[in-house]
Design a protein around this ligand. Structure first.
Ligand code: NAI
Ligand code: MG
Length: 495
């Protein structure tokens, strides 16, 4: 691979929260504690490869403690039975405190995960908005059912109990909030396990929660690895629900582990999302959306639009516009305000993404542009687009989780839909067209939980999100999260 550019990243001062080099504890029952085993792990800054902090490595004994604390907080008349209006006030205070500490949260997120600071600022703002959206939900209503006059029949939604969130590293604070905010709004208590690559914003959020008057044990943060802390959560007999975001392979393990007590499981998994460019689209705008769709967050996005399907009549124009759009993305120091793409999260991801670039070449696809490497100790990857890809190549079937896309031509809309749906995933899809009928027709035919038209990646707290097929089970955000964080009880009273 040719060297395209040298990237220099200077070491930044660590936020005060990280403190000295002592191992950072986890939050269990309102106390900051080390792992029962005394084990720790290091979290690294992927822009430089240097160690940011040492963190407690939780295991089964710590998960047991967290479950006991969460169960106590659920059963004591503190959280579940609090007047919902008072819960609203606590959640609003949490959102305010996140905003008051926004710059520090953004900096921690950028350091730990390599996400550019301009992006993490937006993520923190959106996370606070999501908390506020769920704060406004003491509106979880039941029904009165029309049965015969001698009977009063009604339904009521009740919290599940102890709900765990197991989250990935590609948007750690966003994911933490997607799990915590609706769970709390419904009166549950929570155990959150952040990814081992990016534990810092979850720990800082834990501190904010404690400072805003959330009762001890209502939210517990257990740091650690998937095989230890994660697996102990997934198989725990006294956890009522696991909400997971991450790879499809791990999602299947979590579902398997849930069988012991039939805990509720929602899964937000991988994708290989198609982006269909029709010949009547605004080609420049479509190319800019497609470029952002596969490359933003350095491709580490579950909804990344990595299969770009373009009508053959506009393929050459589109490819030229796409190259222009991608070359405008500045790759570099996450703390440089001009940077649009930071490094991938870890040495492991770096190897994985590069191995897919080599695989694409060996499968017979051609690098249309990109494919170079950077001279730097950080884990930077150049956005790369392949041409000559067939949809049966691994390059077109497997989630890469790096800025690597396949460009494929189609002859007509039916063929585009056929290729788009020919995948084991079904998380997202997009259509670029100027014809509103085409937009609606294709939106209906695409087998994906989210369809964007003339845009990409936009989400909103009101917008249910989740996957068809092996992209997951269940939906998050909007009122759908409230269904998945409650049980429904029917009461039948003979009058
Ligand atoms: P992962 O899915 O294994 O990790 C996500 C979370 O699950 C982490 O908190 C991890 O500690 C936990 N975990 C891992 N194994 C577990 C187990 N057996 N039981 C309970 N929890 C467990 O993803 P990983 O290993 O970080 O990345 C590997 C690949 O997964 C990536 O290259 C990417 O393709 C995909 N991925 C997809 C994501 C998505 O949102 N679609 C997010 C992260 C990774
Ligand atoms: Mg890190």
């Amino acid at each position: 691979m040719p060297v395209t550019q040298t990237i220099e990243v200077s070491e930044k001062p660590l936020p005060g929260f990280i403190g000295d080099r002592a191992p950072m504890g986890m939050l269990i029952g309102g106390d900051w504690t080390q792992a029962a085993s005394g084990e720790t792990f290091e979290t690294v800054n992927p822009a430089t490869g240097s160690v940011l902090a040492t963190v407690a490595s939780g295991g089964p004994a710590d998960v047991d403690r967290a479950v006991a604390a969460a169960r106590r907080a659920f059963e004591e008349p503190s959280w579940a039975s609090m007047n919902p209006h008072d819960r609203t006030l606590v959640l609003l205070r949490i959102a305010d405190a996140m905003e008051a500490n926004a710059e520090e949260l953004a900096a921690l997120e950028s350091m730990d995960g390599g996400i550019p600071i301009t992006v993490t600022r937006g993520m923190v703002a959106d996370a606070a908005k999501t908390v506020r959206y769920y704060a406004g939900w003491p509106k979880i209503l039941g029904t009165v059912n029309p049965v015969d006059a001698s009977v009063h029949c009604y339904t009521v939604r009740e919290p599940l109990g102890v709900c765990a969130g197991i989250i990935p590293w590609n948007g750690p604070l966003t994911m933490a909030v997607w799990k915590i905010a609706p769970a709390l709004a419904c009166g549950n208590t929570v155990i959150l396990k952040p990814a081992e690559q990016t534990p810092l914003t979850a720990l800082r959020l834990g501190q904010i929660l404690a400072e805003t008057g959330l009762p001890a044990g209502v939210v517990n943060i257990v740091t650690g690895f998937g095989e230890t802390a994660g697996a102990a959560i997934a198989g725990h007999m006294s956890i009522d629900k696991v909400s997971f975001t991450g790879s499809t392979a791990t999602g299947k393990e979590i579902l398997r582990a849930s069988l012991g007590n039939l805990k509720r499981v929602t899964l937000e998994l991988g994708g290989k999302s198609p982006h269909i460019v029709m010949p009547d689209a605004d080609i420049g705008a479509a190319a800019r959306n497609a470029a952002a769709g596969f490359a933003m967050l350095t491709g580490q996005v579950c909804v990344a639009g990595t299969r770009i399907l373009v009508h053959e009549s506009v393929l050459d124009d589109f490819a030229a516009e796409l190259a222009t759009a991608v070359s405008a993305f500045r790759v570099g120091d996450p703390f440089d305000e001009q940077t649009m793409l930071g490094p991938v999260v870890s040495a492991e991801q770096f190897e994985r993404v590069n191995s897919y670039v080599s695989l694409g070449v060996s499968e017979g696809a051609q690098i249309a542009f990109g494919g170079g490497r950077f001279d730097t100790p950080g884990y930077f990857v150049e956005p790369t687009v392949f041409a000559g890809v067939r949809n049966d190549m691994r390059l077109a079937r497997e989630e890469i989780f790096g800025p690597v896309a396949a460009l494929m031509p189609f002859r007509d809309a039916d063929e585009a839909v056929r290729i788009a749906n020919d995948t084991e995933y079904g998380l997202a899809a997009a259509v670029a067209t100027s014809n509103v009928s085409t937009a609606h027709r294709l939106a209906r035919k695409l087998r994906a939980g989210v369809v964007w038209v003339n845009t990409y990646s936009e989400l909103d707290a009101t917008f249910p999100f989740g996957g068809y097929k092996q992209s997951g089970i269940g939906r998050e955000l909007g009122d759908k999260s409230l269904e998945s964080f409650t049980e429904l009880k029917s009461v039948f009273i003979r009058l």
